[in-house]
Write a protein that binds this ligand. Structure first.
Ligand SMILES: [Zn+2]
Ligand SMILES: [Zn+2]
Length: 574
């Protein structure tokens, strides 16, 4: 036997993979006839896929976890050695999965991990003793398949997580609880924002309050686009299938498109807005003087996603994009990208997304367009980012076949990453639609097209924002911003006056007319996550003031209404 040696200091992946061994070891002691397959570390923890004699149930987990703790206490050294394949076949002779793995490794020597009585086939990378695995938790039992192949043997997967400290484990558990508690689907129901119905699977129904938030998101984008000189257009949802053949969508995207036939003519529901936009560009001759031409569209697109991947508003079959197309010369691309990045920065700051990462995807092997075009376009993207002082990754050869792109990822308050904006340079569509403009020499020239989406989809950003703020939307986005709470019926009239003045000042206000005691009124307003409550008692009515109670419980006494209006306008940026 050749001793390979223990890791002096293990990393998280090694800790988690060792926890998978510990799990298998515990199962081996408790259920010796279980067949083990593989037990890797994952991004969040670890799992082990196995074939037990009788299927495990959720209630078996505490018992297995307890045995893991006991094995940790026994503090076996975890020893990794290399043994001959022949010896390994002997050790694992009753486990067809391990035998298959040994065949696949196809080497004279294979790795063996030993801890106490338990032996596992393994290529190595562990903590030194079972006692090093202290802060772990088993989380779930689920189904899996050998080699992830549905036609192969069904297995059971036990998954869990492990950390180096209890503090990290607790933080992780809290994040998981938060993710459940602040899941946008749950908040959407709680706050009466949107719903889904069997009659329209994958299509969101927006309730009055949800539609209001969506409109506010759209209006804010519209305002930004105006500032950056975009012109808004709209194009039809149904377009003839010849257009989709011409654009290339039919060839590459057909599986995700909806089709219909009208008057014996074939139509497709648009999955993207770009081809429609090009029809407007080429509707009349264009001069170089018009470039860059920036056409924006809040385009409703439909894409047939498989039912298994649908996920609330995050993944729907119909959504509105904040789409824009810039028609320009290759030399204008850099300035255009600078201005898109500035727009993005404004928007991300507005929603307090501070952890943002940018990546430039470069030319793949199989691509169209000439070298000079690609080089110019890629340089335009990286130069623009550099000009704005933004560090970025290069995703080598990960661009689309028709041009390089910038991808923007944001991290939310729960430290999850979301792919958001894209800036895509496109040489293909101008070619497919034979787009041209007359340049300063009076010659026909082909423009470049820049596809831009900042939110990506309004539905998706709504969900992200909702979860990011844990349902506590910023004041300017709240469907109800202020609620008047009259302590007794005697203050109802005063409450009416107050909300009328607030409404007249453009503030979304209502009152609690239930006649409930104040504590009940506050509880309801809290549940609806209304940012400001105006408590109106006898004293407030007499002095013609209000008591402002914030959603976090802080109070400000005896404020005149005009001060409330001023504060609200500040938050609404009016
Ligand atoms: Zn191992
Ligand atoms: Zn586009």
């Amino acid at each position: 036997m050749v001793r390979i040696g223990m890791e002096p200091t293990a990393n998280l992946e090694q800790l988690r993979h060792s926890a998978a061994h510990l799990l298998a070891h515990a199962v081996y002691e408790l259920y010796p006839d279980t067949l083990f397959t593989i037990g890797p570390a994952t991004e969040d923890g670890f799992f082990y896929d196995m074939l037990p004699h009788t299927n495990f149930k959720e209630c078996d987990l505490p018992l297995i976890e307890e045995r893991m703790r006991e094995l940790a206490k026994r503090n076996y050294p975890i020893v990794h050695t290399l043994i001959t394949a022949e010896k390994a076949r002997e050790i694992f002779k009753d486990n067809r999965f391990k035998l298959q793995l040994i065949d696949e490794i196809n080497q004279p020597l294979v790795g063996l991990a030993t801890q106490g009585e338990f032996k596992d086939l393994c290529r190595g990378g562990h903590v030194s003793h079972t006692g090093d695995i202290q802060h772990f938790k088993l989380e779930a039992i689920s189904g899996s398949y050998w080699k992830a192949n549905r036609d192969d043997q069904a297995l059971q997967r036990i998954s869990g997580t492990a950390f180096f400290s209890d503090e990290e484990l607790k933080k992780y558990e809290q994040k998981k609880l938060d993710a459940i508690q602040y899941d946008h689907r749950r908040l959407g129901k709680q706050l009466d924002l949107f719903s889904f119905h069997e009659e329209g699977p994958g299509f969101a129904f927006f309730h009055p309050k949800g539609r209001l938030v969506l409109n506010l998101l759209i209006e804010y984008m519209r305002k930004l686009q105006k500032e950056y000189n975009y012109q808004e257009i709209s194009t039809p949802i149904l377009l003839s299938d010849s257009l989709w053949h011409q654009s290339g969508h039919y060839a590459h995207y057909k599986d995700k498109m909806y089709f219909c036939s009208i008057d014996e003519r074939e139509f497709a529901v648009k999955p993207m807005n770009c081809p429609g936009s090009t029809l407007i560009f080429s509707e009349r001759p264009r001069s170089y003087r018009e470039l860059p031409l920036k056409l924006a569209e809040f385009g409703l697109v439909h894409r047939h996603e498989l039912s298994g991947v649908l996920h609330g508003l995050m993944r729907v079959r119909s959504f509105t994009q904040d789409d824009a197309h810039i028609y320009c010369t290759i030399d204008q691309v850099e300035d255009q990208v600078v201005s898109i990045i500035r727009m993005m920065q404004r928007l991300l700051a507005k929603f307090s997304f501070t952890n943002v990462s940018f990546a430039v995807s470069t030319r793949p092997d199989d691509s169209m367009g000439d070298d000079i075009q690609w080089e110019k376009a890629t340089n335009a993207l990286t130069n623009a980012l550099q000009k704005e002082g933004i560090s970025h990754k290069i995703q080598d050869k990960e661009g689309a076949f028709y041009g390089p792109k910038i991808e923007v990822k944001i991290q939310d308050a729960m430290e999850r990453e979301w792919q958001c904006g894209t800036v895509q340079i496109d040489f293909n569509m101008p070619h497919n639609f034979d787009l041209s403009f007359i340049n300063s020499k009076g010659e026909k020239e082909r423009p470049v097209m820049v596809h831009q989406a900042i939110y990506g989809s309004f539905e998706r950003i709504f969900a992200i924002i909702l979860e990011h703020y844990k349902g506590l939307l910023p004041f300017w986005l709240c469907p109800v911003q202020v609620r008047a709470l009259p302590i007794t019926n005697a203050q109802q009239e005063y409450a009416h006056e107050i909300i009328n003045s607030l409404k007249a000042a453009g503030i979304r206000a209502d009152m609690d007319a239930s006649g409930d005691p104040l504590s009940g009124q506050i509880k309801n307003a809290q549940a609806e996550k209304i940012p400001w409550m105006l408590v109106l008692g006898k004293k407030e009515t007499e002095l013609n003031v209000v008591t402002l109670r914030h959603r976090d419980g802080k109070q400000e006494l005896n404020l005149p209404l005009n001060q409330i209006i001023e504060k609200a306008h500040e938050l609404m940026n009016i």
